[in-house]
Design a protein around this ligand. Structure first.
Ligand code: TXA
Ligand code: MG
Length: 342
């Protein structure tokens, strides 16, 4: 299959790109498209065969459910039920935007493989003109995980999608680099206490201002089955191992020296304040206190490491304030629990 990339930066002159995307989706094909978080790989959420193509193209485990994207709240009524009051409040406050709500599924409405057999469904309305225009023209809910090969960092550019899925999907709508750069916050409303299953662009503080106390699922608790099935997989990982390290110039210099003594090459992903360390490769996360820049740059930096011959990737830890929670969540997964101690 040939994968076509269509530029849709300018909405007005690219209407035929949308027509092509809508036609492909309606025919039961998959299409990649930009959102404000990362690129998604979409299929119509009621078409089981089409949804199966998403899992196949990504190499995604079947037990990991997909997020359903909607262009209007009305569309959601067809496949959800008994929506909790606090979920309504969140929709009004944060949609369109990077917040996925886990809601009770109305039985026998969506394709079974969208929800992996769960009685709940993840729903979000993206805040991106291309995604919204596509959903508006299609008038149907679209199941879409991030458009990366399973286990790799999510794509923040059309070229990332092309790199991972070339030959496996027919069309990528190219809307430029995504804004936030990390996936949406996933929040569950199944118990009394709304609980964040995956931190993202909408922070705990932002949610608590609107709905009061919010819990956080502990992804590291192995005794309990993970509540967001996706959280149990190693994720966001470049080819070489990632190690977290204390954010200190002295520690980092020691670590680099030790690795060099073993005749190995090292890449560092860090804020500008670490740039002058004598290292084989340096990928910047922007200014030290600009966490939103770090979120925006992180997945590109992890992918850049794969273009080098670095044997090991060091990442000094970032603050967990605000969106830092989401950044560190992804980095802890990328590192799979590894820390560098010199
Ligand atoms: O920003 C995003 O959310 C992007 C863009 C494309 O919208 N999508 C995305 O999808 O990140 P994906 O499939 O990579 O991540 C979805 C996460 C997974 O961890 C999955 O397990 C969880 O949401 N999830 C989906 N449905 C769920 C459900 N019913 N209950 C619990 N977790 C669910
Ligand atoms: Mg993903």
């Amino acid at each position: 299959m040939k994968t076509i990339i269509k530029n849709v930066d300018n909405l007005l002159t690219n209407n035929d790109s949308y027509t092509q995307a809508v036609d492909l989706l309606t025919k039961g094909e998959v299409v990649a498209f930009p959102t404000e978080t990362v690129y998604g790989l979409g299929a119509i959420a009621t078409n089981e065969e089409a949804v199966a193509k998403i899992f196949e193209a990504k190499g995604r485990p079947q037990d990991n459910p997909l997020i359903v994207h909607i262009g209007s709240k009305e569309e959601m009524m067809a496949f959800t039920q008994d929506i909790p009051k606090l979920a309504e409040v969140c929709m009004d406050a944060f949609w369109p935007g990077p917040l996925t709500l886990i809601l009770p599924l109305r039985p026998n409405t969506l394709a079974k493989n969208v929800t992996a057999g769960l009685q709940t469904v993840g729903v979000r309305m993206p805040e991106h003109k291309v995604a919204l225009e596509l959903l508006k023209q299609l008038k149907q809910p679209v199941a879409a995980p991030s458009a990366n090969k399973s286990g790799k960092p999510s794509p923040t550019k059309a070229v990332h999608v092309h790199h991972d899925l070339e030959g496996k999907i027919p069309l990528i709508l190219d809307g430029g680099t995504t804004g936030i750069g990390l996936e949406s916050t996933v929040i569950e409303f199944v118990n009394d206490l709304p609980t964040i299953l995956r931190p993202g662009g909408v922070t705990k503080e932002m949610l608590e201002k609107v709905i009061g106390q919010v819990g956080e699922a502990q992804p590291t608790d192995e005794k309990e089955a993970p509540r967001a099935p996706g959280m149990k997989y190693a994720h966001y990982a470049p080819d070489s191992p990632v190690y977290l390290i204390e954010a200190s110039l002295v520690k980092l210099k020691e670590a680099v020296e030790k690795i060099h003594n073993e005749q190995k090459k090292v890449a560092i992903i860090a804020s500008e304040s670490f740039r002058h360390i004598n290292v084989d490769y340096f990928f910047s996360l922007g200014k030290e206190d600009q966490l939103s820049d770090a979120a925006h740059l992180l997945y590109q930096a992890l992918r850049d490491c794969d273009e080098t011959d670095a044997d090991i990737i060091l990442v000094p830890v970032l603050s967990k304030a605000g969106v830092g929670t989401a950044i560190m969540n992804r980095l802890e997964k990328a590192a799979d629990g590894r820390w560098f101690y010199s």
